[in-house]
Design a protein around this ligand. Structure first.
Ligand code: THU
Length: 144
């Protein structure tokens, strides 16, 4: 999705769910979707990509950030939604893993934003800030 009208939260969550449909998660059977919304309205999605060498697997958020950086984006991340499979984990909202918090912090700090994260569960959506999940994060500014 490129630019145009700003999508609302339901659409952002739908984009994350749609991304999860192409998850490559044969080992965990835990498909995850992430959808990042940028200041110009662009939506960039990612899904988890596992590997037979389990530890090499990539999370949905990390894939989405890598796609954004590969497209030349260096900030502007305003909002993102993360979805997990229904019926797992007691239907609790999924929260980004520690590594993904750090990966998200890179593109967030580059653009000086503190993106809102919609952690989607079966019955509720928990909205948090990246700074709630990763307080005092180490980022590119530390290397200046
Ligand atoms: N996973 C994500 O994609 N994002 C997260 O924030 C948490 C975990 C993936 C990794 C693995 O493929 C599967 O979910 C089970 O851990």
């Amino acid at each position: 999705m490129d630019g145009g009208a700003t999508v609302n939260d339901d659409e952002l969550i739908a984009a994350a769910r749609e991304a999860a449909a192409t998850a490559y998660a044969p080992y965990s059977d835990y498909p995850v979707g992430a959808a990042l919304r940028f200041a110009d309205g662009a939506i960039i999605t990612g899904t988890n990509i596992e590997n037979a060498s389990y530890g090499l697997s990539l999370c949905a958020e990390t894939v989405a950030v890598a796609k954004a950086l590969a497209e030349g984006r260096r900030g502007g991340l305003e909002r993102l939604a993360v979805t997990g499979p229904k019926g797992k984990g007691g239907d609790a909202p999924i929260t980004p893993c520690g590594r993904c918090r750090q990966v998200l912090n890179e593109i967030a700090q580059l653009g000086g934003t503190d993106p809102a994260i919609l952690c989607v569960g079966a019955h509720e959506v928990m909205e948090l800030r990246l700074s709630d999940l990763l307080p005092h994060g180490f980022g590119p500014a530390h290397l200046d």
